[in-house]
Design a protein around this ligand. Sequence first.
Ligand SMILES: Cc1cc2nc3c(=O)[nH]c(=O)nc-3n(C[C@H](O)[C@H](O)[C@H](O)COP(=O)(O)OP(=O)(O)OC[C@H]3O[C@@H](n4cnc5c(N)ncnc54)[C@H](O)[C@@H]3O)c2cc1C
Length: 630
Amino acid sequence: MPHKTLYTNDKQFDVIVCGAGHAGVEAALAASRIGASTLLLTGNIDTVAQMSCNPAIGGQAKGQIVREIDALGGEMAINTDVTGIQFRLLNESKGPAVQSPRAQCDKKAYQFRLKHTLELQPKLTLFQATVTGLIYRDGAVIGCRTNLDIEFKGRSVVVTTGTFLRGLMHIGQNKNEGGRLGDFSSKTLSASLMETGMELGRLKTGTPPRILGRSIDFGKMQEQKGDAHPTLFAFHDTRDPEDLFHVEQSGERRLGWAPGTEQVSCWMTHTTETTAEIVRANLHKSAMYSGEIAGVGPRYCPSIEDKFVRFADKPRHLLFLEPEGRSTNEYYVNGLSTSLPFDVQLDMVHSIPGLENAALLRPAYAVEYDFAPPTQLYPSLESKRIENLFLAGQINGTSGYEEAAGQGLVAGINAANKARGAAPIVLGRHESYIGVLIDDLVTKGTDEPYRMFTSRAEHRLLLNHGSAELRLAHHAATHKLIAASRLERIADKASRIDEWVQFLEANRYQGISWAAHVRKTGEGSPLPEDFIRETPQVRHEVMYRVAYQGYLERELRQVERLRNVEKIRIPSGIDYLAIPGLRRESAMKLSHIKPLTLGQASRMSGVNPTDISLLMVAIEAGRREGDPAA
Ligand SMILES: Cc1cc2nc3c(=O)[nH]c(=O)nc-3n(C[C@H](O)[C@H](O)[C@H](O)COP(=O)(O)OP(=O)(O)OC[C@H]3O[C@@H](n4cnc5c(N)ncnc54)[C@H](O)[C@@H]3O)c2cc1C
């Protein structure tokens, strides 16, 4: 298509994505890769996929999300593998179900490689413009206005504006507008969303200072190296070699290096009694503590003020100096997020072993921003109020690159599907952490920045990171998210795994089955020669299934039982207040959230099993009477 038509006002895209952060880039790539003409608008194309906070991807439950993104054709996993500078498998001493890969990334390489991938992606147009408002007609969104006085039309619109909606940053009493330091604040988009009746709330998050490496005395710190055998995020064993970089066919010189090579170290230090005294003496100056900031902060990414107040008995808190990349001398101080005044930050940093003479390159700060309570969305991430409008990422109340990217992927697929009249993808809680994430958000909502934990997934035994591809292949096939050749390799891997599990269960060695040996002695058990020659991915999954066989079977029976409840759809026109015996409080909640199924209703906070039974009776009765709403 001649490029000039792309930017005329009458051009209509299938999908417009507003904001090229971690959610937006996944949404735009997903939509364009399944064939939708997609426009990705962002306020500054030099900050595409910027890591506003620590230069790391993965970690507890987040690593699982990243592998699921790969299983569904997303980009975060590959981008991390080839720009990662240190890889560690967390919880290695615990069971495989809760082990999570984590990587430090070269922050700029991560960003620039993703920008390059967007530029090379067919059917995707990346354009620098700030979205100032959405255009609506008859209860649906039809496009957006920009700061360039250019309007764009789209059949679906995905808003992925992160921490930018009326973003306001705080350093002590000092305030600056912006979604993050050095960036703009999206000031009018909130009003445009609210004019539709959409509710917005206020949240906050914080980030630590950045330190100049040559001012650090590493001799006073403990080195933390990467794993000798890195656990990567992408499923390299089922990818076509040329598919590795998705658009490598272009032959362009791409950023990135062989995954896991030339790993760098992080460094561990800790706060001291002096640090604690400085913080406690200045609490009243902290924006987070002085009541300056309206929003609710992230419980799971506490500021150093939080730590010294909530854990007053802990004499010290661990800190990690994380390199921001290969070609920079900048370090991120993980664990020292604060909104204290800058002079106090200096005293605080200089009280830490190894940082006595540290030079700060960037101050720590907190940012408060608007978010849209996610119970206003369907499980597809489409708005219940404005048709064809999808929201994904931090705007939905989450915190974290991975949580944002997982939502962005789903929203991008569903925006494209909606534009072309196809059914949405909805991931179940039993098959993915992304499914748990989205179901928690749209069913329970959140009143503080939500981050994923393995404990949030009741079926976590089924969600070990290595099985993501096997669990999600049917979705990838239905929505054509990955190459047919890769689907074939996944099917082949799945059948080899099944065959080996059956072989180990059915064949005996020294009087008992091979599987019994595994359950008795774990990794060190005797194993058939041929099995040892299998790929590590097949071996790990077989060993996991054999070792946890009893638990996995019980989980699968539980999922089967719940599946029936999950299938019972709730009629869209149901009047909860008219259901005999249903508590008014529950009826009000159900009317507000409008769950699609009995399963979703049963997971709502404040709705109890009695409510669900009464609802089931009402649905059945409606069906018998031929109630059109049933
Ligand atoms: C100060 C700070 C501290 C943080 N601390 C943590 C932490 O400790 N742990 C953690 O997990 N996460 C943290 N985060 C959050 C993390 O950065 C986000 O979770 C993640 O980046 C969310 O991704 P996103 O795509 O939703 O939004 P973002 O990554 O914020 O991207 C939004 C994108 O939209 C663009 N944009 C915004 N408005 C418009 C508009 N109107 N028009 C066009 N483009 C627009 C922006 O330029 C940006 O590129 C922090 C973020 C900040 C800013």
